[in-house]
Design a protein around this ligand. Sequence first.
Ligand code: FPP
Length: 239
Amino acid sequence: MPKAEYSLPRHVAIIMDGNGRWAKQHRLAIALGHRKGVETLREIVRYSSDAGIEVLSLYAFSTENWKRSQTEVAALMTLILEFFRTEIDELDEKEVSIRILGNIDALPAAQHQAVNAAQMRTADNKGLQLNIALNYGSRDEILQATIALAHQVASGHIRPDEISSEMFENELYTKGQPDVDLLIRTSGELRLSNFLLYQNAYAEMMFPQPLWPDFTVDLYKSALKSFQQRERRYGGRTT
Ligand code: FPP
């Protein structure tokens, strides 16, 4: 596929919202809404990789999602396992590098093992950096970064006034990656829901109405194009 002619955001983050409502609309079990959501996910990852996006961050499971019913959590865990087992060959072939954002120690053993294996296998790939947020919460990420720097100060390794934004960013899961340029949340909800709060500081945001299972590559392409029309000032003035 030819690379897009317009210049792309370097980092796209997506809150894949609306699987539950989609299932309800179709009178299906919630697990089938999530399953349809994985189909959308697969298409969007494929397009992002082919188009030459540098980083794609997907919010798959938040630290708050454990509060959902046991059946729904189990369905999501099954889909996560299936995804890593069935997609890994194609992703690796496309040079996609997988990074998990979040504390994976709390995942069931099989999921833990599968995501670790996927990260290790694709670590040196030079294509799309695919961040999958699993058991992720941004406030906790920021808190953990602060604690890590506090330890460095307490041990005399650095002085408090030496702490730079670069040092702070190096303690985040997104270490070495550019800030989010474009944040998309489907289903019309207007919230960040504890997703990449630091990294989204200057992101352009879009809230398309379709539910995630109804989101298409064409809608994604439109979002990428309209990103081009946005004037980004980073707090400055252009006129
Ligand atoms: C939000 O929809 C979606 C989620 C909480 C989970 C998203 C997960 C997937 C698309 C699949 C699993 C991920 C991988 C990596 C295979 P919702 O259920 O909150 O929708 P609602 O607001 O309509 O109820």
